[in-house]
Ligand binder design. Structure first.
Ligand code: NAG
Ligand code: NAG
Ligand code: NAG
Length: 374
């Protein structure tokens, strides 16, 4: 896999053809790469010798349409993550989090060299501390940028954390299944190897593979979709703003949508099963009012171009305020349970205004909103 990236005055200039073309070639049936041996890191917290800057995550949650109660063994997750990191010390050891993932291959590329040379990394796992140690034969040099590449497979969770399957019945009695993530506080590591501590913030570029009858949603708007073989579609998402790993989210399934624009042109949408879409008007109007209110009150513009609210049939808490994709238990979003709705919505939306970076001006947002596609 040839991939070039140049680090230039704070910006990674990627070879786009490599990035979005051949990069995500399916890994062959590689054996598991984890070696036996004493684990070289003895703390629960990660070392601070490596800083993640940018994750490129490619995920295929491959799930059947049988409901979650008989979670079929064939449901699986295939993943590949590229992490652009900066070495903060000279070190041969990279430690990151991973739980329940089968690592197929891990490699490292020094991005400061003019000729990219990919080095294999030795991989050790520590299930008890939910960590992977990646060992390089050649030390990483403080101040240099590297690209860490890990291909792996995983599974659907049997709880409401990580990646799990939920299901609902249509009025005709059909069962529909959806794939949902819930990462707070420490379940992102069940879906991709990552530096899963809130202070180790980075930006995320996600690609999700889905079947063509489904849609996918994530924190950011889609850049484009691409048809693959076998009725599969690859949804490529815009790069997120800098955030903690537990705020990444995606949902795959069939949903209907209703949308409105706020006064500064953020697109607010409520997603629900199609037979429930007529119960979303209240949530949609309240969400738009809430965004407008907080922007005025806090004098801070909501930093993302869109906000999706999704009603989910199986969801542990009332709501999870993933940036740009707030997931709700159905009863907290759909009308009918009116009383719980208002409080839940306000609470989950105000938490979106954490320390926000500079947000676009109203005029910029309003002029681009008509150019972006979901
Ligand atoms: C998805 O899972 C099914 C059932 O295990 C399998 O037959 C199929 O090959 C998988 N698809 C891909 C693209 O891996
Ligand atoms: C890190 O390694 C480089 C190159 O080998 C060396 O020049 C530098 O002094 C080392 N820095 C530290 C802090 O050890
Ligand atoms: C929503 O539509 C369904 C039929 O699709 C209907 O049975 C239900 O009563 C409607 N609910 C509301 C609140 O209008």
């Amino acid at each position: 896999m040839a991939l070039s990236a140049v680090y230039l005055s704070g910006v990674y200039l990627w070879s786009l053809a490599a990035m979005w073309g051949g990069l995500w070639a399916k890994p062959e049936n590689q054996p598991e790469a984890v070696l036996e041996g004493p684990f070289p890191w003895s703390h629960q917290r990660l070392p601070t010798n490596i800083r993640p800057d940018h994750y490129f995550i490619h995920l295929h949650p491959n799930f059947s349409s049988t409901p979650d109660s008989d979670l079929s063994a064939s449901d699986s997750l295939t993943g590949h993550v590229l992490i652009l990191v900066t070495a903060l010390d000279n070190t041969s050891l990279i430690v990151l989090n991973s739980k329940g993932l089968t690592i197929k291959e891990a490699t490292l590329t020094d991005l400061t060299l003019s000729v990219a040379v990919q080095m294999s990394l030795r991989v050790l796992g520590s299930p008890s501390s939910e960590q992977l140690a990646l060992l390089s034969d050649k030390p990483l040099i403080a101040g240099r940028k590297y690209q860490l590449s890990v291909s792996y497979s995983g599974s659907f969770s049997r709880s409401y954390s990580g990646l799990y399957k939920a299901s609902y019945q249509t009025p005709d009695g059909d069962t529909r299944t959806i794939a949902v993530t819930n990462f707070e506080p420490s379940s992102a590591r069940q879906v991709f190897p990552c530096f899963d501590e809130p202070s180790m913030k980075a930006v995320f570029s996600l690609v999700v593979v889905r079947r063509s009858q489904h849609i996918s949603l994530s924190n950011m708007p889609q850049r484009f979709s691409k048809h693959l073989e076998e009725d599969l579609v690859e949804d490529h998402y815009q790069t997120s703003i800098r955030m903690s790993s537990y705020l990444l989210a995606f949902v795959v399934g069939d949903f209907s949508v209703s949308s409105l624009l706020t006064s500064i042109c953020s697109q607010v949408s409520v997603f629900a099963a199609s037979h429930q879409i007529n119960q979303t008007d209240h949530a949609l109007l309240e969400a738009v009012k809430t965004l407008d209110f907080y922007e005025e009150y806090l004098q801070i513009i909501y930093p993302l171009p869109k906000l999706d609210l999704v009603a989910l049939p199986d969801f542990e808490s009332g709501a999870m305020e993933n940036w740009g994709l707030v997931t709700f238990r159905e009863t907290s979003l759909l009308i009918g349970q009116f009383d719980s709705l208002r409080g839940q919505l306000w609470v989950s939306l105000v938490t979106l205004w954490r320390k926000t970076p500079s947000a676009p001006l109203r005029s910029e947002r309003c002029s681009v909103i008509f150019l972006t596609t979901r």
